[in-house]
Ligand binder design. Structure first.
Ligand code: DGL
Length: 280
């Protein structure tokens, strides 16, 4: 099965998930779409995020990917059921793997830090309680964190001040585990640990990658043959806008220099979507 796996996010934060996928699925290649022209998704309505997700999912299908990983928590929260219904290939999200990882670590009190859209959807609470009905869950929206991290404020006074404001509610509830429900937050784990040393921090990137590998193996879609490719040759990055600072932030999320990327225009995404719709 030498077709690539599609991965998408509202922007470049999902590169944290791509990095984990590259590590845990060493024989696979990936097509990553970052919707940098329309980021952030975290403050948009469920309808808008679902339309954008369907457009990107359809384009990835047109590129012959064998499965799709929705790296964005907000897109996973709003759009996963419809993507699964509408697309002819397996679609994986980050919510369920993150929830399973949190339950396996927690003693019963979980705090979720996420975008406003993800918190309002209630999806983490529902998923956590479905896995373990007596777990207690509190969620805190953290709308200022994504712009701060994108601006490179990944440590220091400003981040600590804003983070403290968001963590106080979860600390008061005496959560023993903090689930990072957003692509960007793994980058600020050291500051979270500094402000809240007792809490166990869980992010969904690693557990998502392991879930995707297991599911592909079950569905006989997993590439077992060893690839004769180096890391850089194993992924292609498409971005819907190439703004001036994205390279800097992208290297932060991927933790290596982003050497190759292409522009994927919104017009191409929209045209692909409408032409698939009219043939459906
Ligand atoms: N990728 C989004 C998420 O994980 C964060 C950035 C945004 O708001 O678009 O929820």
């Amino acid at each position: 099965m030498d077709r690539p796996i599609g991965v998408f996010d509202s922007g470049i934060g999902g590169l944290t998930v791509l990095k984990a996928l590259l590590h845990h699925l060493p024989n696979e290649t990936f097509l990553y779409v970052g919707d940098t022209a329309r980021v952030p998704y975290g403050s948009k309505s469920a309808e808008t995020v679902t339309l954008f997700s369907l457009q990107i999912g359809t384009w990835l299908v047109s590129q012959n990917v064998k499965a799709i990983v929705v790296a964005c928590n907000t897109a996973s929260a709003h759009s996963l059921p419809l993507l699964r219904q509408s697309l002819p290939i397996p679609v994986f999200g980050v919510i369920q793997p993150g929830a399973i990882a949190a339950i396996s670590k927690s003693r019963g009190k979980i705090g979720v830090l996420a975008t406003r859209g993800t918190v309002l959807s209630g999806v983490y609470e529902q998923t956590l309680k479905r896995i373990s009905y007596d777990v207690q869950v509190w969620s805190q929206p953290a709308p200022l964190l994504v712009p701060l991290i994108e601006e490179g404020e990944i440590e220091g006074d400003i981040l600590e001040m804003i983070l403290s404001k968001y963590l106080i509610f979860l600390k008061v509830q005496q959560c023993d585990t903090l689930l990072l429900g957003c692509t960007h937050y793994p980058i600020i784990k050291p500051t979270i640990s500094k402000l809240w040393p007792e809490v166990q921090i869980v992010d969904s990137a690693e557990s998502t990658a392991v879930t995707v590998r297991n599911e592909l193996q079950i569905r006989k879609l997993y590439q077992e043959i060893v690839l004769e490719k180096n890391l850089q040759e194993r992924y292609k990055i498409y971005l819907t806008d190439l703004y001036d600072t994205f390279l800097q932030s992208a290297s932060l999320f991927l933790q290596s220099t982003l050497s190759h990327y292409e522009l994927l225009t919104l017009e191409t995404l929209e045209n692909t979507f409408y032409s698939f719709q009219s043939h459906a």
